[in-house]
Design a protein around this ligand. Structure first.
Ligand SMILES: [Zn+2]
Length: 481
């Protein structure tokens, strides 16, 4: 609630006291609804040097080159005194201090309230490992080994550079704003995404990624979300759009290898640039894909990143012709800060986890996969969540009385995203995960009972994930005119 008075632009600020306590601020549109929204877009390169460590798995991997540059893409929307920013980074997640620092600086530079600045990672698994327990351990180990106090795989303060680059990108997008027409719509893409958790035959257990053609597979343990939500931005008086926003629910782990890549959204962008020109900016908001990936356990061959991105791109491109222009754009935003309980651990477990770190980063070590995962979770809880509970920022943006975007932290299970869409009072609701502070997986209470990888690699306590549904729904309802 820090910034609500400094600009003096809000016509109304409402406070609610929900059962679990939260702060709430609604920026009521302060202009005539007929006024156009001005939109600006900018991109910047956030590719680290080579070799930097790559994120996504537990064992150490070094980057060997660039397939396609990692980018931050920023959108700034403005209507009267209401202004919001969205920056999407080709990164696995955001270190806790990064989004906070970006929001603060954007507020100082542009006057946009911190809670109206959404910063997300796309979750690409071919980006830098620049924060967290494993990054710190590998960095320290390399320094010790080198003998000269250096680590050739981490020569820059990536997080610091990231903050300044993203801030500059948002400032640039803000300088570019032009009155724009916004079109919205949804379509379905059913071919690319699969729930990766399965009930197994003759067993009570649920297993994640049980293996292609595993005869023990009984049935998927959860749904997918085939909806593709799209926005298309065209400058007033122009024919060709200059930017788009696409929200689709599929884990960005389809590339592999050691070259930097934005994963399948790179190919989605290629299809759209072929259609609209090289300067077109395709912004991708990753849907709640904590339990969704591209592996079809019934298929002989799996789709590659180029195939996935191109299929998605063609679906989006073709659906663009069906989008509806917002007749009365109305920009607004709201947020909740949601306190959540965290998983617990014992001192004994913490000591054992510290001792296990060399094993954690070594493929084929003596520890099982889930033991390695649990050790990392315990160490992360001890180092980065020492306060014992976490406050999660849930942000929502309204574009008109039918259209909204929700941004929530974590690798969120698809059922949570689907529940938000279902209870949303808006006809079109994009739900974007991995916003703000990295909190790893956000499984449902049901998934916690079923167990397996994601629940072990989760920081929040069972049942806390559902609070995101309550918070997002309340924020959405509060904006709805
Ligand atoms: Zn992942």
């Amino acid at each position: 609630m820090r910034s609500r008075f400094c600009l003096g632009i809000f016509l109304s600020v409402i406070f609610l006291n929900a059962t679990w306590g939260m702060n709430f601020s609604l920026s009521t549109p302060s202009v005539m609804a007929e006024e156009m929204v001005s939109v600006g877009v900018a991109i910047a390169d956030i590719t680290p040097p080579i070799p930097f460590r790559l994120s996504g798995y537990f064992n150490e991997r070094l980057s060997t080159g660039v397939h396609d540059p990692l980018l931050v893409k920023a959108l700034v929307l403005e209507q009267g005194n209401t202004k919001v920013a969205l920056a999407v980074c080709d990164l696995i997640s955001l270190d806790g201090k990064v989004p906070e620092a970006i929001r603060k600086q954007v507020h100082e530079r542009l006057g946009i309230p911190e809670e109206a600045v959404i910063i997300t990672g796309t979750h690409t698994h071919t980006g830098p490992l620049y924060h967290g327990v494993l990054a710190d351990f590998l960095h320290q180990r390399a320094i010790q080994k080198s003998g000269d106090g250096t680590d050739t795989a981490q020569t820059v303060d990536y997080a610091e550079k990231l903050v300044s680059t993203v801030v500059e990108c948002i400032v640039q997008a803000s300088q570019q704003v032009q009155p724009s027409l916004i079109a919205v719509g949804t379509t379905e893409e059913n071919r690319l995404a699969f729930n990766r958790r399965f009930h197994m035959k003759n067993s009570d257990t649920v297993v994640f990624n049980p293996g292609v053609k595993n005869p023990q597979i009984d049935r998927p343990a959860g749904p997918i979300d085939p909806e593709v939500m799209m926005l298309l931005f065209t400058q007033a008086g122009q024919d060709k759009p200059f930017a788009s926003f696409t929200n689709f629910t599929l884990h960005l782990d389809t590339t592999g290898g050691t070259l930097y890549s934005a994963d399948y959204p790179f190919y989605l962008s290629n299809v759209l640039q072929k259609q609209y020109g090289d300067t077109f900016v395709s912004v991708f908001g990753t849907g709640t894909c904590g339990d969704i990936n591209h592996i079809d356990v019934t298929a002989d061959q799996q789709r590659s990143a180029p195939e996935i991105g191109t299929i998605l791109g063609e679906t989006v491109r073709d659906a663009h012709a069906t989008l509806t222009r917002l007749p009365r754009p109305m920009l607004g935003w709201a947020y909740y800060r949601v306190p959540v309980k965290l998983q617990t651990f014992t001192e004994k477990e913490l000591t054992a986890s510290e001792a296990m770190l060399p094993d954690v980063v070594t493929e084929g070590g003596t520890k099982t996969f889930l033991e390695r995962v649990r050790a990392t979770t315990v160490l992360d809880l001890a180092q980065n969540f020492s306060e014992g509970e976490a406050t999660l920022l849930v942000q929502t943006v309204m574009l008109d009385s039918d259209t909204a975007i929700v941004a929530i932290p974590g690798e969120v299970f698809s059922e949570i995203g689907l529940a938000i869409k279902k209870t949303s009072p808006f006809k079109y609701t994009a739900v974007v995960e991995l916003s703000g502070r990295n909190i790893s997986y956000v499984p449902t209470a049901k998934a916690f009972r079923e167990g397996s990888y994601e629940t072990v690699n989760s920081r929040i306590a069972p049942g806390e994930g559902e609070k995101l549904i309550e918070a997002a729904t309340a924020a959405l309802k509060s904006m709805k005119p």
